[in-house]
Design a protein around this ligand. Structure first.
Ligand code: ATR
Length: 278
């Protein structure tokens, strides 16, 4: 039997076990997915310990996504993003990946949102904001990052700029600002991602409704509730909406495919996820 798991603190509320186990069952794989809650300073140690116990793979969530970098060999993307959310423990040293970036891209793809040549805005510059910014930089012509703490947006913009400098065909202009910069950038944007925690378990939104419009595709990384105030406002403005469960689903799909080499049963994983969200 293969054991996969998630390290985070806290992990009690995680939706990853039912999502992954539904996939194992569907494909007849002899595998289990369990959660571990290391002490807040023990993320890297937990990766090493899990390897010695024969665990096959780990997902990594808050607050360990940066800490585990010292225990793994990250691929180029994970190294550039500066965060690892998926570890393959069968290699020596363990291999680190960031499937949050693909989670954003595949969530948009699934909804037919083409980002080639788009103007994109990311609100938030924490872990989710970093993944969204790198995901959109690949295809957008302009990328604006807005964050309550403007300096964090500026340093994320610098990281994105230096990583895309060498290996992109499309030159992307990356700018940054505080939340007040949304007033100038959202009205002309094609794609918008909320990667702040605003709207989680509350009826608040980080983006004033009057900035939203019908040419936008809006992804909200918040998935509790599924229909956030931002997505309600966006739908009312005629925008395409993508809820946070899609991002959660596709980072898991991508991790599953890396670990097992099998094509993930996306519909089954989505159903298990949404059943547990409700
Ligand atoms: P995650 O890993 O989910 O991205 P995080 O790294 O803690 O979580 O980042 C939280 C993000 O939400 C940050 O961009 C944060 O802004 P700051 O960098 O200024 O802290 C943003 N955020 C949290 N509460 C907010 C609020 N009340 N208004 C605006 N932004 C907020």
């Amino acid at each position: 039997m293969d054991v996969y798991g998630l390290i985070g603190n806290p992990v009690g509320h995680s939706l990853s076990p039912p999502m992954h186990e539904a996939a194992y069952e569907e494909l007849g794989l002899d595998a289990r997915y369990v959660t571990f809650e290391p002490a807040p300073d023990a993320g890297a140690e937990a990766v090493t310990a899990a390897k010695s116990l024969g665990v096959a793979g780990l997902n990594v969530t808050v607050p360990f996504k940066q800490d585990v970098l010292e225990a793994v060999d990250p691929d180029d993307l994970a190294a550039e993003v500066g965060a690892v959310n998926t570890v393959d423990l069968r290699t020596d040293p363990p291999s680190g990946y960031n499937t949050d970036v693909a989670g954003v891209q595949r969530a948009f793809d699934h909804h037919g949102v083409d980002r080639e040549g788009a103007s994109a805005v990311v609100v938030g510059a924490g872990g989710a904001g970093r993944a969204a910014a790198f995901a959109l930089a690949e295809s957008s012509v302009t990328l604006h990052i807005a964050n309550r703490t403007a300096e964090k947006a500026t340093s994320l913009a610098e990281a994105v700029r230096s990583s895309i400098g060498d290996d992109l065909d499309t030159p992307t202009t990356v700018t940054a600002g505080g939340l007040d910069s949304l007033a100038e950038t959202v009205p002309t944007a094609d794609v918008l991602v909320n990667a702040t925690t605003v709207g989680m378990e509350s009826d608040e939104t980080p983006i004033p409704a009057d900035l939203l419009h019908g040419n936008l595709a809006v992804l909200d990384a918040v998935y509790a509730p599924l229909e956030t105030r931002l997505l309600r406002d966006a739908a009312a403005a005629g925008a395409t909406t993508v809820d946070g469960a899609w991002m959660l689903l596709f980072q898991g799909v991508e991790a599953f495919e890396r670990w097992t080499g099998e094509e993930a049963p996306v519909a089954v994983m989505n159903e298990a996820l949404r059943e547990h969200l409700e």
